[in-house]
Design a protein. Structure first.
Length: 451
């Protein structure tokens, strides 16, 4: 069918495909279409299927040409794409370049489409690089902090029999905003709000103001918010809040002894056993964090030396995936999330613009890593992937067989194989790099590092 096709490269890993269909094929496609409709056409004064062609064309010729044109475009594109190397990405559709294309039965049909293709990835230097390995110290204070968190997690919440609200108490309040005359503002009343005194995990951030309240007490709290407040509706605002404390509860924290260790897990007989486990866990966390930081430093260097044009459709797909993920975090639909942002004075497009640089870098690193896996000939077998699933299940003290069955039935082993391939790649890259000793860093500071 095709007389000629030609591909031209465009920016951002897009191509333009030019296709020409010969005039005789154009005429055949049109004639076949007319014949098809002629068999079933019914017009007053003629028997079904006996309407003269010239009458059909006078009445329906414009529609015939439009449909024949669409059929030719689809068939021509399908044939042209069969043996081209530059195939469209699976989540994008070719776009017709000509806006007012018409079918000329006495001439070849020439048209062009543009579409995104998988980018050509040629990694820059990735061997012999230098990375820094910070030296982390895990102290008894780190262990004590973890123990205290465990104590708080295992605390019982009990009614506070006497005394006012103190820091750390769990308070149930009813609040509403007041106008300048001290009258409640309509639709601002909120009941049975739970707030932990001293923790700013509430909209109005009145947690510290609650300290000193008694059960059943009502006070007016005045708050002033900065012009760069995180909440759009609070920026630069002054609020008068009428607050009533209905309940005060406190944590009954267990003593730090062998019995506490046994309550945490049957694995521990003594507090010493628990401390040992905490030290091992913190050490493992630190080692993993340091490794990730070195990998991040490596990929920064490789990315900086790798020119790469990311297709617009690939970036858009990544942004939409992040958007759906954010919606899931809020337990909302993407549409509900958009409505929520509207209330805060933001739009989805504005959020996408903020996310775009990080999305581009994520995609670039992923593409580079995948290319390096190919260049390094790293392959992971199904057996290796299944063994990793078993190992992960055992670490969580779970039966691995149902998990394996789920992975097999849902074609999820490919994700495990990809993860293992990336681990093997980064191990190899680190082996081929120079690792220099970095500065000493505290455990908390290390874990607060981005990356």
């Amino acid at each position: 069918m095709i007389q000629e096709k030609k591909i031209e490269k465009r920016e951002n890993s897009a191509v333009q495909l030019h296709i020409t269909i010969p005039q005789d094929e154009v005429r055949v496609a049109y004639d076949d279409l007319v014949k098809k409709y002629a068999k079933s056409a019914q017009i007053k004064g003629f028997r079904k299927g006996k309407v003269p062609r010239d009458i059909l064309e006078r009445r329906f010729g414009e529609g015939f040409r439009a449909e024949a044109l669409q059929n030719l475009l689809e068939a021509g594109l399908e044939e042209a794409l069969k043996d081209v190397e530059e195939r469209p990405l699976p989540y994008t559709r070719p776009t017709l370049v000509e806006e007012d294309l018409e079918l000329d039965l006495d001439a070849p049909l020439s048209f062009s489409v543009t579409y995104d293709v998988f980018p050509d990835v040629t990694p820059g230097t990735y061997e012999g690089l230098t990375v820094t390995e910070p030296k982390v110290s895990i102290t008894k204070a780190d262990e004590d902090r973890e123990l205290e968190e465990l104590r708080q997690q295992n605390a019982l919440i009990i009614e506070k029999e006497e005394g006012a609200v103190a820091e750390g108490d769990i308070v149930t309040v009813t609040l509403e905003e007041l106008d300048d005359q001290g009258a409640p503002l309509e639709a601002t009343r909120q009941e049975d709000i739970t707030i932990t005194a001293g923790q700013e995990e509430n909209f109005y951030r009145i947690d510290k103001d609650l300290i000193g309240f008694s059960r059943g007490e009502t006070r007016t709290i005045e708050k002033e918010y900065t012009s760069d407040d995180d909440h759009e509706s609070l920026k630069g605002q002054k609020k008068r809040l009428q607050v009533t404390v209905s309940t005060i509860k406190q944590r009954d924290v267990p003593e730090l002894d062998d019995e506490f260790a046994q309550d945490v897990s049957d694995e521990f007989e003594t507090l010493k056993d628990l401390r040992k486990d905490i030290k091992q866990r913190l050490t493992g966390n630190a080692e993993k964090k340091v490794r990730n930081m070195m990998i991040d430093e490596l990929m920064n260097q490789i990315s900086a030396n790798t020119p790469l044009d990311i297709p617009a459709s690939m970036v858009q797909t990544e942004l939409e995936s992040s958007w759906r993920g954010l919606a899931e975090q809020y337990r909302a639909t993407p549409e509900q999330l958009e409505q929520l942002l509207t209330l805060q004075g933001k739009t989805r497009d504005e959020i996408f613009d903020e996310w775009r640089p990080s999305a581009l870098e994520r995609l670039k690193r992923s593409l580079i890593a995948q290319k390096l896996i190919e260049l390094e000939k790293i392959e992971i077998s199904d057996d290796e992937a299944e063994e990793q699933v078993r190992k992960d299940a055992q670490e969580r003290k779970a039966d691995p067989e149902p998990i394996l069955e789920y992975y097999r039935n849902n074609n999820m082993l490919s994700y495990v194989k990809q993860d293992l391939a990336e681990r093997a790649l980064f191990d190899r890259l680190l082996e081929k790099s120079t690792v220099k000793a970095g500065d000493k860093i505290k455990y908390l500071d290390l874990m607060a590092e981005n990356g």
